[in-house]
Design a protein around this ligand. Structure first.
Ligand SMILES: [Zn+2]
Ligand SMILES: [Zn+2]
Ligand SMILES: [Zn+2]
Length: 331
């Protein structure tokens, strides 16, 4: 596999002829459970919950797309650019128990997972080769879930993923024009209008965005400005309990509609990598604002969303928020 850059959109894709590994078979056991017979390679543990072997842990992805050794060695190919898929690809197990997910675990357990995520991002950002660290979760068959064990995935890449790059450029332009953070402005307008706010908890807000890509799309953001999730998490660890609770409650609400969803954490890129031509680093701490995006997958509609060039969401956020707010959830 290799990375190739689309010269038109300037986005990197990972491509190649991936021959299915014949050794990959349906496993009768879970390799991510604490008693696994074939435990994956351990990267980091957090163990803040008494009485369990570990509360959340990072392991190397068993069939990693990116590999940590070597240099990306970006090369030209005529007008094109390509590079080796250097990076990190980890599975972040959210809980040691096989059936405790982000929507039914305790707030203390979810907090442990969020602290692990912050630690892993901070650690990987010390590696100057990596421009971005992504954390995401695909849950449910139609969302492309890979493992049964409650888990998210992490990739550290030598490029900034396309959607994040769009956000970084747009946030910087907004800041240049207004000297304000666009996300902070969104939050204050949403609180004032109160048309799309799902819930607020501690310093955090959950809302349906003004222009949703799919029905019930939901974002969770800190109300205090901060570009980097990991810095926020490490500097204010007490707040991660509130974030965990809001994440759990939001997922419970979404699960009254569909079980399948994509979740992604958007944080600032690696500022060790001061890319002159991207220029995003100059005002990054002021213009960008970390957040979590949740994209529910409504099975019957999945296709039309995937192949449409323009996102089509046949349900407004104002209507979606009413159903999410009224959903009956646990405490
Ligand atoms: Zn398991
Ligand atoms: Zn902000
Ligand atoms: Zn985002």
């Amino acid at each position: 596999m290799e990375l190739r850059k689309d010269p038109i959109t300037r986005s990197w894709v990972i491509t190649g002829d991936d021959i299915p590994d014949s050794a990959r078979r349906a496993e009768s056991f879970c390799r991510f459970c604490p008693d696994s017979r074939e435990p994956p390679q351990l990267v980091a543990n957090v163990s803040g919950i008494p009485g369990v072997p570990w509360s959340a842990r990072a392991v190397v992805h068993p069939t990693a797309l990116y590999h940590i050794e070597g240099e990306a060695t970006r090369r030209g190919d005529g007008i094109y650019d390509r590079m080796r898929p250097i990076g990190a690809h980890e599975v972040l197990t959210e809980n040691s128990s096989h059936d405790r997910h982000l929507w039914n675990a305790s707030d203390a357990e979810i907090e442990q997972f969020l602290l692990l995520a912050a630690q892993r991002i901070q650690d990987l950002k010390r590696d100057g080769r990596f421009k971005y660290v992504s954390i995401y979760k695909d849950h449910g068959t139609s969302a492309g879930q890979e493992f049964d064990h409650p888990s998210s995935q992490l990739t550290a890449t030598t490029f900034v993923p396309r959607r994040v790059l769009y956000e970084l450029r747009a946030a910087r332009e907004y800041f240049e024009a207004k000297e304000r953070c666009v996300f902070c402005d969104i939050i204050s307008q949403e609180i004032k209008q109160d048309l799309r706010v799902i819930e607020m908890r501690g310093d955090f807000i959950a809302l349906c965005p003004y222009a949703p890509r799919v029905p019930y799309e939901s974002w969770i953001m800190p109300r205090t400005h901060e570009a980097a999730f990991e810095r926020f998490g490490m500097n204010r660890p007490g707040t991660m309990r509130d974030l965990g609770a809001l994440l759990r409650r939001t997922l419970q609400r979404i699960r009254t509609i569909t079980e399948d969803f994509h979740l992604v954490l958007h944080t600032s890129p690696n500022s060790l990598h001061r890319s002159g031509n991207l220029g995003y680093w100059k005002t990054i701490d002021e213009d960008y604002h970390w957040h979590i995006e949740i994209m529910p997958v409504l099975a019957a509609k999945a296709k039309s969303y995937t192949f449409k060039e323009v996102y089509y969401s046949p349900l407004s956020s104002e209507t979606a928020v009413k159903r999410l707010r009224d959903a009956s959830i646990e405490l």
